[in-house]
Ligand binder design. Structure first.
Ligand SMILES: *[C@@H]1O[C@H](CO)[C@@H](O)[C@H](O)[C@H]1NC(C)=O
Ligand SMILES: *[C@@H]1O[C@H](CO)[C@@H](O)[C@H](O)[C@H]1NC(C)=O
Length: 125
């Protein structure tokens, strides 16, 4: 019998933060960082979107075998992060983007996205 697939939840973010409060190589403390703090980090150069995405991809790799909370990862996440970093550096994103620009998020998979992620609501059929 096929194992039912659980929809993605935001739970892994909270758990990821609880398991690790390391800061990676950037000096930025990811533990319980708010969107405002992340955006400030982007602006003052203490954080990049790429470093943040790498941190969460690593957390998903480490914790998902236990938690089974994330069913897909955007294969373009690092490329999107690099583009957001370029835009932050060049200032080309100024005024054109919202506060989540360059900030990785987890979405429940009944939310359609404009990328290669499937929208299944937990079922491919
Ligand atoms: C840079 O941003 C980070 C993250 O919000 C913050 O912790 C740090 O104090 C900021 N540094 C300066 C010099 O503003
Ligand atoms: C979307 O589903 C297809 C079919 O199962 C799969 O091959 C593909 O890798 C999925 N996309 C992502 C981003 O995981």
């Amino acid at each position: 019998m096929a194992q039912p697939r659980l929809p993605q939840t935001a739970a892994i973010m909270a758990l990821a933060a609880a398991f690790c409060c390391c800061s990676g190589s950037t000096g930025f403390d990811f533990h319980e960082a708010t969107v405002d703090a992340i955006q400030l980090g982007f602006k003052n150069g203490s954080l990049t979107s790429t470093a943040l995405v790498r941190f969460y991809l690593d957390q998903i790799t480490r914790l998902n075998p236990l938690l089974h909370a994330v069913i897909e990862v955007n294969p373009d996440a690092l490329a999107q992060a690099a583009r957001a970093d370029d835009e932050h550096l060049s200032g080309s994103s100024r005024g054109c983007v919202g506060p989540l620009h360059g900030v990785p998020v987890l979405l429940k998979d009944n939310i359609a996205t404009h990328d290669r992620l499937n929208t299944t609501a937990g079922s491919m059929v």
